[in-house]
Design a protein around this ligand. Structure first.
Ligand code: PSU
Ligand code: MN
Length: 311
């Protein structure tokens, strides 16, 4: 059995079995492991997300690139290798697959990159922290994550987009791309570290069963866009929006002064914000990642429970 039929694409046997038998499965990204968090927190977080998904009776499939091969479902050693600061790693989005596979790179896949890989294997549910979006500056820095959300049918569970971004522009692009933003038990688009952004979601839904139904009907309608499910960070970890704004503006100014742009910008800002907030932003980041993994597992179970599954 090989779902992928390509020597540079590997799938963990239990993941392949779960896909073939349409059992609940949740994809996880690794750019957050290689570029989003410091060692050893990155490894602990990745393991914790997997554990939470298992507790909720779904199977985690963490996706990354090792030695020029895409691994759908990293095993324990592979995950540790990617998280190890001694391993040379790239940040891999859609544009980077061909280059990474030919060059034998190791790398963490971004939201967009993970969606490409998960979708190729037939996985339909994915948990992450926050999606990339339209940056405040420089003009025209728009994350490839949005392009993936436009064209890949997948339920993506997150805590909105980081407030380092232009959130209202990000929401407008999601609308243009036909991506419904579903607030799970919230009316407001969360701002990642903070629960409030002042921006509305497309609709609020209070049950995972309803989310699974909406996805199914959207895709049955012939549409091939993602469904974005958002929930705020857990209350005890959320940071005040106004205080975060001051820190974010300082971090953006530092990036400007250091002339940091392109793929390096998001990792730089995350790191700088963590320094300026004295670790509190990272605490919120970890709490919401775990929370999102749990919700994604529940949605996955609801999605595969229904007898008339599709695509
Ligand atoms: N959100 C986080 N931490 C991260 C990222 C998002 O809390 O590390 C990563 C994701 O992998 C996302 C990427 O896909 O940043 C977006 O990068 P860019 O803005 O360059 O598209
Ligand atoms: Mn960018």
């Amino acid at each position: 059995m090989n779902l992928l039929l390509h020597k540079r694409w590997n799938i963990r046997p239990d993941v392949e079995r779960a896909i073939v038998h349409q059992q609940p499965i949740v994809a996880l990204e690794t750019a957050v492991v290689t570029h989003g968090l410091p060692f050893p927190t990155n490894l602990a977080l990745a393991q914790k997300m997997e554990q939470v998904i298992l507790e909720e009776k779904a199977l985690p499939a963490t996706i990354g690139v090792l030695d020029g091969k895409v691994q759908i479902g990293l095993n324990e050693n592979q995950l540790a290798e990617l998280a190890d600061p001694k391993t040379e790693v790239q940040k891999i989005s859609q544009r980077d697959f061909g280059i990474a596979l030919v060059s034998g790179f190791n790398g963490g896949t971004t939201v967009g990159g993970t969606m490409v890989a998960a979708s190729k294997a037939g996985i339909r549910i994915f948990a992450t922290g926050g999606i990339g979006g339209v940056h405040r500056e420089p003009a025209f820095d728009v994350s490839a994550d949005l392009m993936a959300l436009n064209s890949i049918p997948m339920i993506v569970v997150c805590s909105g987009a980081k407030s380092i971004l232009n959130l209202s522009a990000t929401i407008e692009v999601l609308e243009s791309y036909g991506v419904p933003v579903i607030g799970y038990k919230t009316d407001e688009f969360p701002a990642f570290y903070a629960a409030e952004s002042g921006l509305p979601v497309t609709t609020r839904v209070d049950s995972v069963k309803m989310i699974a139904k909406i996805a199914r009907e959207q895709w049955r309608s012939g549409l091939r866009n993602a469904i974005l499910v958002v929930q705020p960070p857990p209350q005890e970890s959320a940071l005040p929006a106004a205080e975060m704004e001051t820190i974010i503006q300082a971090a953006i100014e530092d990036a400007r002064n250091k002339n940091i742009f392109g793929a390096a910008l998001t990792p730089y800002l995350l790191d700088r914000i963590n320094q300026l907030s004295e670790g509190r932003s990272m605490f919120a980041n970890l709490a919401l990642l775990e929370n999102n993994a749990r919700l994604a597992a529940k949605i996955s179970r609801a999605y595969y429970k229904s007898r008339d599954k599709m695509i």
